[in-house]
Design a protein around this ligand. Structure first.
Ligand code: DQA
Length: 152
């Protein structure tokens, strides 16, 4: 199969990427991430749509939307990863494989970042690889979909 549709969802404060704590998150903006993912999608023969919101409810709604409109999800939940049971339940409810991405190595940072509500319901987790982690996630997700692996 080719032409997989992948939704790339970003949570709170990721609109500030490139300007926010560049020592932690790097200098690439979310627009740069979108451009890199669109180029990779062309290479892989899939499609990507990147979105960002600062609202938990909006992120939950987009995960629901993926049930009908996407084959898989890449999500960087931002800080919601550390406390959102609503996002975790949405990902568990929707039978589409989801890869969790964190730009920074959350395990090398403050203790509250070591736990993720999302990781147990994700098919994979990529942390600490900078914004390149989004590309790794897209490659891994497409590979998994093409292998016909189960939803999670
Ligand atoms: C982040 C890590 C989170 O702990 C933080 O709240 C973010 C970004 C990352 O991509 O490294 O907003 O998800």
């Amino acid at each position: 199969m080719t032409g997989e549709r992948v939704l790339v969802l970003n949570g709170p404060n990721l609109d500030l990427l490139g300007r926010r704590e560049p020592g932690v998150y790097g200098s690439a903006s979310l627009a740069d991430v979108r451009a890199a993912l669109e180029a990779l999608a062309r290479e892989l023969g899939c499609s990507v749509e990147l979105r960002q919101t600062n609202s938990e409810g909006q992120l939950v709604d987009w995960v629901h939307e993926a049930w009908d409109a996407a084959d898989g999800i890449v999500v960087n939940p931002g800080a919601l990863a550390h406390y959102s049971y609503a996002l975790r339940d949405a990902i568990a409810a929707v039978p589409r494989p989801t890869v969790e991405v964190h730009i920074s190595n959350v395990h090398a940072r403050e203790r509250f970042r070591h736990h993720s509500t999302v990781s147990p319901v994700a098919v994979g987790v990529i942390v600490g690889m900078g914004t390149y982690g989004y590309e790794l996630a897209l490659r891994g997700l497409v590979e998994r979909l093409r292998a016909g692996a189960p939803e999670r």
